[in-house]
Write a protein that binds this ligand. Structure first.
Ligand code: ADP
Ligand code: MG
Ligand code: MG
Length: 365
């Protein structure tokens, strides 16, 4: 169902790798988007806003609408999208940002991105049966996005030094979970929702701008022990990337669980700790199981029977260590999963499977 119709025309569009200041982006982009009318039902709901499907310059897009009173996360997200060289196949495509006044007297902030009809990885895993190759393909592509996000790329920016002498600054996501990763039609993923993300300053500290850094932001279920216990060193940017890796470990567990092993079909999707905490767990519940009892999601002994699930199970454990400095770096995880995917593809080819046909048969291509 197309929930949207549009009255918009002649709108300035910016490239997703737009430079600099989100304020400038706001002024230069999509001035008339506020006149766009999108009706029907929102396609997604997060903590801060609603996401609608709309039509924009002949293209179907997603528009995240946030009340201006919740502007902090909106400005943080726009600022992240304004990072030079962020554009990547596995990072949600940013189109523009705008604001509009609503009938009820408040201002709404709008973030426009590419639209992905399969929705989030959470939505996808809940309805689709996935096999080993698709699971690894989803994970490997999400990891490409996460590695790109995490990596600082050295070199001087051709656009002057506004990017701190780095070609691309390192970024930590701070809210990694299946709901914040979107599935594209070719069954690869892109990373989305940068409302909590933070950049690395040249001095190695996390860039919180003028605002006082909050430790316990993100999603409680996915919070690393050092965040729950508030022992994380706020000054050390790397600490936030290590907390990302912890959350990624839980995500790998969620995906692994859905893979069929032996005679068993893959299990129905459940989020990490579904069996030990409530649907929207409070800090105390999480602190109790993660910090005090040091619990982690359960290992399925059947995973040892297959080399792919065995590798994924080992990765989970190496991501969610209690000691943040023992966790694997994102690039290391990516290398392991990339190798896993290419080995699986080789095996299937050797068995006479046409990989392109196989993926097309599983996707809506
Ligand atoms: P929030 O910051 O409020 O959590 P998100 O950016 O995570 O907002 O979006 C909320 C939900 O909307 C996602 O979990 C996803 O289900 C859906 N969604 C977001 N962006 C898109 C998109 N570009 N295409 C399709 N669905 C989307
Ligand atoms: Mg979200
Ligand atoms: Mg968010």
């Amino acid at each position: 169902v197309d929930h949207a119709n549009t009255t918009t025309s002649a709108i300035d569009e910016t490239s997703g790798s737009g430079q600099g200041d989100p304020e400038v982006l706001l002024r230069t982009i999509t001035k008339d988007l506020g006149k766009t009318c999108f009706t029907g039902q929102p396609i997604g709901k997060g903590r801060y806003g609603e996401v609608w499907k709309a039509s924009f310059k002949g293209r179907t897009v997603a528009i995240k609408c946030v009340k201006s009173t919740e502007g902090e996360s909106f400005y943080r997200e726009t600022n992240i999208y304004a990072t030079s060289m962020l554009r990547h196949l596995n990072i949600l495509d940013f189109i523009g940002a705008d604001m509009r006044s609503c009938d009820h007297g408040y201002t709404e902030l709008l973030l426009i991105t590419a639209y992905h009809q399969l929705g989030s990885l959470y939505d996808f895993l809940r309805v689709e049966k996935i096999d080993k190759l698709i699971a690894v393909r989803l994970l490997n592509s999400a990891l490409s996005g996460l590695v790109h996000l995490h990596c600082g790329i050295d070199g001087h920016s051709p656009f002057g030094d506004q990017n701190q002498g780095k070609y691309k600054v390192a970024i930590a996501h701070r809210d990694i979970k299946s709901r914040n990763i979107l599935v594209k039609n070719d069954l690869t993923c892109c990373v989305a929702d940068f409302g909590m993300a933070v950049k690395r300053n040249p001095d190695g500290k996390a860039d919180f701008g003028n605002s006082f850094p909050k430790i316990k932001i993100g999603t409680r279920r996915y919070m690393a022990p050092e965040i729950l216990a508030e022992t994380i060193n706020l000054k050390d940017f790397t600490a936030f990337q290590r907390a990302d890796v912890y959350a990624l470990g839980l995500l790998i567990w969620e995906i692994t669980r859905c893979i069929p092993v032996g005679d068993d079909e893959g299990l129905f999707y459940e989020p990490a700790f579904f069996d030990v905490v409530s649907a929207d767990p409070q800090f105390q519940e999480m602190e109790n199981i993660i910090c005090d009892r040091k619990m982690r999601p359960t290992h399925n002994p059947k995973w040892n029977l297959d080399s792919a699930t065995r590798i994924l199970a080992k990765l989970q454990v190496d991501c969610w260590c209690d000691d943040p400095s023992s966790r694997l770096p994102m690039v290391r995880i990516k290398k392991t999963v990339a190798k896993l995917e290419s080995d699986l593809i080789e095996d299937m080819k050797a068995a006479g499977t046409d990989i392109c046909e196989f993926i097309a048969s599983k996707s809506s291509l």
